[in-house]
Design a protein around this ligand. Structure first.
Ligand SMILES: Cc1cc2nc3c(=O)[nH]c(=O)nc-3n(C[C@H](O)[C@H](O)[C@H](O)COP(=O)(O)O)c2cc1C
Length: 217
């Protein structure tokens, strides 16, 4: 059984290309593997809280010394992390905003990157604890970053770096370029072909256990 965490991060709703494609991916996957379970998180409907001074203080206090108030401050982060750790396939719809990711996804990432929960420090440097998962990122961009504009793409490298840091190394990107460049239908069609191929390539993921993911901190 595949436990899918489906995350949408576009502030747009009805006309969002990334939402449409992430939905099509999840529908195609569940159509192929009907025993899948989907947990849906809409970051626009429930925006993650900004990391503030209270959050930082609580996070950098050892877990056994945290007050009830500190635990409460980290409650939302704990829920998001538990949800991430429970999934074995994570699908994220990501519009490009100002050459990177939008505010909502940045806030989400800030909430789930936590020492002792999603990564840990070791003598050899930091080590991700979110192991054994498959990540599919579906990006939509107004312009085309597959050619001369490639150096301006801070979206894919950032996401690849961040999730690799957390231990998710099995990452696939479906980049839907040129959504606002006069050939939206062509861009969507190319993305759809990749979706079909990727669903077949991923196959039915079995739930695996990740004992290190449960490390407290
Ligand atoms: C605030 C904002 C910033 C944007 N910045 C960029 C950008 O830097 N580069 C780009 O190619 N497109 C940019 N776009 C266009 C979107 O990436 C594009 O319309 C995309 O398809 C939006 O996905 P969505 O429909 O899922 O929201 C921006 C759009 C918005 C609203």
């Amino acid at each position: 059984m595949t436990i899918i965490l489906h995350i949408d991060s576009s502030p747009r709703t009805a006309h969002s290309g990334s939402r449409m494609l992430s939905r099509e991916f999840v529908d195609a996957y569940v159509g192929a593997f009907p025993d899948s379970v989907v947990h849906y998180r809409d970051l626009a409907a429930q925006p993650p809280t900004l990391v503030d001074e209270q959050w930082i203080t609580a996070n950098f206090t050892p877990s056994d010394l945290r007050t009830t108030a500190m635990q409460s401050v980290l409650g939302e982060s704990d829920v998001l992390i538990d949800e991430l750790l429970a999934a074995n396939l994570v699908v994220i719809g990501v519009p490009m905003h100002n050459f990177g990711v939008g505010t909502l996804l940045k806030c989400y990432i800030d909430q789930v990157v936590r020492a002792g929960r999603t990564f840990k420090f070791t003598p050899d440097g930091p080590r991700g604890l979110v192991a054994g998962k498959r990540l599919v990122v579906i990006t939509t961009r107004g312009s085309d970053y597959s050619g001369p504009l490639a150096a301006l793409d801070f979206q894919e490298p950032y996401l690849r770096t961040m999730f690799t840091f957390l231990g998710i190394t099995d990452v696939s990107f479906i980049s839907c370029n040129g959504m606002d460049s006069g050939n939206r239908d062509g861009a969507l069609e190319a993305a759809r072909q990749t979706i079909t191929a990727l669903v077949a390539d991923i196959g039915n993921i079995s739930l695996t256990s990740h004992p290190e993911s449960a490390v407290g901190g």
